[in-house]
Design a protein around this ligand. Structure first.
Ligand code: HEC
Length: 155
């Protein structure tokens, strides 16, 4: 009996906490038509680069995961990646247009599985790269279409 009431109280508390702190997980954006739109928290990149977010969710999540954390030992993280932060922007654009089989080191861990090419045009490359440069708290700048066009698409 005691245990049951404890469970009831605990779930009540959890429900209450969920309701009260739910706002922390959301960011409210007022649109011009005055509707309220919710954007997942911490993802200002999704609001700024919606096309990029869409491409990421279609093409990159399988390996780099929705959290941008990747899969340890197999697929490197994009969130907080020192490689993404330090590499030349052109190198990152190449990564999504042409893939890479060089192997690379991210935050001290070496990744050697090849990454296949992901997008086939400069516009998509710019959108998705700008998204990952700024998602999950990354603050790694941005790339331009002109910069992307300096990359030769190899097929
Ligand atoms: C099939 C799995 C797979 C998919 C899909 C994939 N990647 Fe990768 N990615 C990898 C692997 C493996 C590496 C590391 C090895 C390498 O590049 O040589 C990597 C490395 C990277 C790197 C550089 C390392 C780092 O973590 O900073 C970036 C940036 C990157 N990927 C972005 C993307 C983007 C953006 C997409 C979608 C458009 C994408 N990847 C889709 C597997 C994948």
């Amino acid at each position: 009996m005691k245990r049951i009431s404890l469970i009831v109280v605990l779930s009540g508390l959890l429900l209450f906490a969920g309701k009260s702190f739910g706002f922390l997980a959301r960011k409210v954006v007022k649109t011009t038509s005055n509707e309220t739109v919710y954007v997942p928290s911490g993802d200002k990149a999704a609001a700024k680069y919606p096309e990029g977010e869409k491409i990421f969710k279609e093409k990159c999540v399988a390996c780099h995961q929705l959290t941008g954390m990747g899969v340890p030992g197999a697929f490197p993280p994009l969130k907080g990646s020192d490689f993404l932060k330090q590499a030349a922007k052109k190198r990152i654009i190449e990564q999504v247009l042409n893939g890479s089989n060089e192997g690379l080191t991210v935050n001290g861990t070496k990744y050697s599985i090849p990454m296949p090419p992901q997008v086939d045009n400069y516009k998509d490359a710019v959108n998705v790269v700008n998204y990952i440069l700024n998602a999950w708290g990354n603050d790694y700048g941005m790339v331009t279409l002109d910069e992307a066009k300096t990359v030769k698409i190899v097929r």
